[in-house]
Ligand binder design. Sequence first.
Ligand code: MLT
Ligand code: ZN
Length: 486
Amino acid sequence: MTVTPTPATLLSAMQDIVGAGNCLTADADTESYVTDYRRLYKGKAPVVVTPTTTEQVSRVMAWCHANDVPVVPQGGNTSLMGGAVPDDSGTAVVISLKKMHRVLAIDTVNDTMTVEAGVTLSAARAAADEARRLFPLRIGSEGSCQIGGNLSTNAGGTAVLRYGNMRDLVLGIEVVLPDGRVFSSLKGLRKDNTGYDLKHLFIGAEGTLGIITGAVLKLMPQPRSTAVAFVAVQSPAAAVELLGRARALSGGAITAFELISSPALELVLEYLGNIPSPLESRHDWMVLIELTSGIDEETLNGTLMEILEAGLEGGLVVDAAVASSLADVQQFWRIREEISDAQTRTGGSIKCDISVPVSRIAQFTENASAKVLALEPATRMVIYGHMGDGNVHFNPLRPRERDAKSFLAQWYKPVSDLVDGLAHAENGSISAEHGVGVAKRDDLLQYKSSVELELMWQVKRALDPKNLLNPGRLLPDIDAAGKSGA
Ligand code: MLT
Ligand code: ZN
């Protein structure tokens, strides 16, 4: 039987492995590692360790495994689902990968980049850029989120339509297993059919099966030209139709197709202060369209104009602002990317991150909006997201005159259950890109089959039989819920 180590024994073991300078224990120092991005979840940790090598991560894991100490891996701590912070039992060691932030190699012949897990997304993009390549993952938190976290949550964002999710952008990974063994597959191979592709087990596993310490990422050619427009559309259905026309006319040049509702635009303009709306009048629905390509700017702009004209003629487009400078492009994107923080700042947002087949988006959006407004008519329908890949951030926001706490206490659960149920009924997902963490964990009991849940647990038990890695996250307790499919 393992004896639970005393805090002093634990700290001394960690200091031996990573050095005293890489162990944080004072509340003031650990605060930001135990509090989640939206400040909804706050836990405790006896120590936060910041290893600098894979070998140190491996030794920390081996020690914790031998001594039954739970471990919570953490990247940039930008999870919206409470998946990267410990619970309040005060038993779990937090391992932050932030000091493993080296770009190890860039191979411009193979078009790959090898990085440590703690490299931020913006640093990875900048390194690719310097090598005249593109690393295409694009999300609002790129300055803080890290590649390890992007992989662990299979991050998506605004360019998935063109380039896919993080799962599609990686060729190899290095992972430290719960018992300290290292699974290293840092190969830049685009073809390797030698059995199970094990890396995919760890991608999207939210740190419950192993700690990703490094990765080989795919690099893409840099586009030569970009064309962006902020477009008012008749309705979500018109937006879907416009997407179809844009696809047909642009021959695959669409990089982003983002839906934005009027309350989302109003909120973000209010939050950003002195930024004007790209469009003169108020419209219920808008889309931000971006085309990128290897052809010249003039031709690409011509294609964008063709799309907008087809939209106007077909009665889909009501108004449009075309970016005429880099500053315009940045401004349009800033408006889109700050919607998330504008909600956090305002408080009282019911965040639902659903996906449905693109063909069902309009129906879902209209149906869900009507049902939510029937419950509380003054709710601000902050709806936006990556429409081109079926992902809607459907985030009803408290009426102006209501305080956040009472709104959330009354509506958080009924509204998220309603929205998730409608998405599920459309063959959709209750978490398109934000993951599960602790926020959506128990909802999986309702939306995953017994077979899926049992398989997930079988994989978990095979890799982490002591349930020490990110415990209580992602996997609901199927035995307690009596949902075992065994
Ligand atoms: C976004 O698309 O802005 C992100 O997924 C974050 C969010 O929705 O809060
Ligand atoms: Zn998103």
